[in-house]
Design a protein around this ligand. Structure first.
Ligand code: UD1
Length: 395
């Protein structure tokens, strides 16, 4: 790198693709893409921002998903606790790697701070920013993920949308980049792992669970778990609902949720709730097997809402809105808000309803479609003008 340089011309960038990961859902969703790049021998490397670091949120996932170690891992991010500090650490760290390697394309996924940081670093260096799972909106402006999504969509050159509402949101907001309806790679990941989970995970045996005779629960959103009253309401609702349908909920405890329960002095309260069985967060394959054999899923996670839909397990979304409105339209999902009675009613409805619906966000071939477009970026003349403003007929 020429000293004092702050940015690059496209012609100075290498014919390489950089894939950025850093959080549990990001690793899952990028895995099929990394495999596809490898299969086609497209030059690429992987940067791990270090946002997630616990084994079940990080290293175990790489193993379960058959991924090689990341080529770069940023240091010192896990210690940064605030959104600003965490994002700043990852912005600076990813910029350093990008300046050293100069990839022409940087791929970021979803809505975590990891992806905003890397997208911003790449944007400033004039690299092509590709955002997978673009256009998702919850409409809830309290969520850090919503801020991240909106900013990333407006600074990306390539936007890979999962479904019709995402394409519509991007068009309505008049983003500058090219919109491609690719489907969501979470479907590819689930398809890739379903058989492996059935044979490779012993979670049902370990916990003595029979398929269909239990439900599962997860909560981790800061809007829910960081406020003691909200957290208690959500957990009470899930416990009562699970008890009422006669399928106790195995509640997989995210590190954030564990930390808050401890801080609020609620650990023994939650362990004594009828209808809940508290369990530490598990590996990806264990979670997939537990989820795909459950009667109902209770969650506030966008990714788990999708996975429930893919595995044909009815979902109860314990927050005010869903990132995946089409799952509600097809009765795969119900949004309850933080309301005990609504959670109980939704679970009753879910258990009685049909478990057959089309999957609205992909067919398992999203990563192939995305890599088709990424490869084009490596082949085309690098002196090309910046990518054009999108028009609807490109979709
Ligand atoms: C992040 C993403 C969210 C994603 C979620 C999945 C943002 C704004 N949010 O939220 O979109 O759905 O990941 O998990 O980026 N912790 C551990 N071990 C870990 C990771 C975190 O103990 O491996 C602890 C941290 O110390 C912190 C808490 O969990 O106390 C929160 O982690 P953080 O990475 O800030 O965000 P998430 O809430 O996990």
């Amino acid at each position: 790198m020429t000293s004092g340089r702050k940015t690059f011309q496209r012609s100075e960038l290498t014919k390489e693709i950089c894939v950025v990961v850093g959080t549990r859902p990001g690793i899952v969703m990028m895995a099929p893409l990394i495999h596809e790049l490898g299969r086609r021998q497209v030059p690429h490397f992987v940067v791990h921002t270090g946002q997630h670091y616990s084994p079940a949120m990080d290293a175990d996932l790489f193993e379960d998903l058959g991924l090689p170690q990341a080529d770069y891992r940023l240091e010192g991010v896990a210690e940064r606790r605030t959104h600003g500090g965490q994002t700043a650490g990852m912005l600076e760290g990813s910029e350093k790697v990008f300046m050293e390697r100069r990839p022409r394309v940087v791929v970021v996924n979803g809505d975590a701070n990891t992806n905003l940081a890397a997208a911003l670093a790449a944007r400033k260096l004039h690299m092509i920013v590709a955002h997978t799972e673009a256009g998702v909106r919850s409409g809830d402006w309290r969520m850090p993920e919503e801020h991240n999504r909106v900013i990333m969509d407006h600074i990306s050159d390539l936007l890979f949308a999962s479904d019709t509402p995402s394409v519509r949101a991007l068009e309505q907001e008049r983003v500058r980049g090219e919109i491609h309806r690719s489907g969501n790679t979470i479907v590819d990941a689930s398809v890739m792992s379903v058989a492996k989970a059935e044979t490779g995970s012993s979670i049902l045996e370990r916990l003595g669970l029979e398929p269909g005779n239990y439900s599962i629960g997860t909560l981790h959103r800061e809007e829910t778990v960081d406020v003691p009253e909200y957290l208690q309401t959500a957990l009470t609702g899930i416990a009562e609902a699970a008890d009422n349908i006669g399928r106790p909920a195995i509640f997989f405890l995210h590190p954030r949720t564990y930390a808050r329960l401890k801080e609020f002095g609620l650990l023994s309260w939650v362990k004594n709730l009828n209808g809940l069985v508290i369990h530490p967060a598990v590996s990806y394959l264990d979670f997939q097997r537990a989820l795909s054999n459950a009667a109902v899923v209770f969650t506030d996670s966008g990714g788990v809402q999708q996975e429930a839909c893919i595995h044909k397990v009815p979902c109860v979304t314990v927050k005010d809105s869903s990132e995946w409105p089409e799952t509600i339209d097809i009765s795969a999902n119900r949004v309850t808000g933080l309301d005990v009675r609504a959670i109980v009613e939704a679970a009753n409805e879910a258990i009685e309803g049909a478990r057959e619906w089309p999957i609205p966000f992909g067919d398992g071939a999203a990563s192939a479609r995305i890599v088709d477009v990424l490869e084009r970026c490596l082949i085309e003349d690098p002196s090309l003008a910046p990518l054009p403003v999108v028009t609807a007929d490109r979709v």
